[in-house]
Design a protein. Structure first.
Length: 300
């Protein structure tokens, strides 16, 4: 059962990453593909502060703050460059952060990583077992989902989707495009860092290989498979793309072969979904999409 709880925890954490990216990419059409970097930033921040004697809640808050501040690094280029150039910049940021985690050996441990990360302690209770961590992520993931959904369904979220649909039209009706983009990335990346904080204590060991461009592609795949502009779709995508490769462990493949087959599964899943469901399995949320079109028509 411990294995089932571990997979369940991974699904919850990656669902949060998918939901956060969906707010930025799916709603705002902001070409940010560096989720793994902020996932790692949150994980290393929480791990290092916990080993320095901090409690879990303060370390998560610091991870959230660091994630929000570093999101400015990609927010500023987002205001000045076209969508495809922003994708390249954020991919470069992902590689830069990986190299930073790898080479700052005195801080991050380099390729050896950080070991013996203490378990989370809340109100005197230690989350040592897989079941306890699964229950914790089962609380954490819905809270993040509800927070992002509240933002997405607010007037800010509708304006963000309007910007994603037609940036020039949104500007013409008085929307502050730059501020909306900055806020979207700050919210999404800070919650991504919070998920990284939780992940570091769950695994008790992290290294830079857990936060590569491949992991960013996984989060991007979760969003595409589930449906861009649909937060529920990120949950469906996380369940499919996290649990499906785990079945390979019961086939008896070696780890190197299983990794390649996993890559094949991701590629086939995206191709099949785009062929059968161009907008993802869940599609774009129609009520929000209708409100966006109504807003743009009313102001034009």
């Amino acid at each position: 059962m411990d294995y089932v709880f571990l997979v369940g925890s991974s699904i919850c954490i990656y669902a949060v990453l998918g939901v956060c990216l969906n707010l930025i990419f799916g709603y705002g059409n902001i070409g940010v593909v560096c989720s793994a970097s902020f996932f790692g930033i949150g994980a290393y921040t929480s791990a290092l502060l916990t080993l320095a004697g901090w409690n879990f809640f303060p370390t998560m808050l610091v991870a959230i703050a660091v994630g929000a501040l570093l999101s400015m690094v990609i927010s500023l280029p987002a205001l000045r460059v076209h969508w495809d150039y922003l994708v390249i910049i954020t991919i470069a940021f992902n590689i830069l952060m990986y190299q930073t985690m790898l080479n700052l050996q005195d801080i991050t441990g380099g390729s050896f990583g950080i070991r013996d990360i203490p378990p989370i302690e809340l109100f005197g209770f230690l989350f040592k077992t897989r079941l306890s961590y699964f229950l914790l992520t089962l609380v954490f993931a819905p809270l993040c989902f509800l927070a992002v959904r509240y933002v997405a369904n607010s007037m800010y979220g509708i304006s963000l989707m309007a910007i994603g649909e037609d940036e020039l039209a949104a500007k013409s009706i008085g929307k502050n495009v730059g501020l909306h983009k900055i806020m979207a990335m700050a919210i999404g990346m800070s919650l991504t860092a919070a998920a990284g904080s939780l992940f570091s204590h769950q695994s008790t060991y992290i290294n830079c290989e857990s936060f590569t461009l491949h992991d960013t592609v996984l989060v991007l795949s979760i969003m595409i498979v589930g449906g861009m502009g649909n937060l529920w779709g990120s949950i469906v995508g996380a369940f499919i793309l996290v649990s499906l490769p785990e079945l390979l462990k019961f086939v008896g493949m070696s780890s190197s072969v299983a990794f390649r087959v996993r890559e094949l599964i991701f590629g086939l899943a995206i191709v099949l979904v785009l062929m059968l469901f161009p907008k993802g399995i869940m599609g774009k949320e129609q009520p929000a999409e209708g409100r966006v079109k109504h807003m743009l028509k009313q102001k034009s």
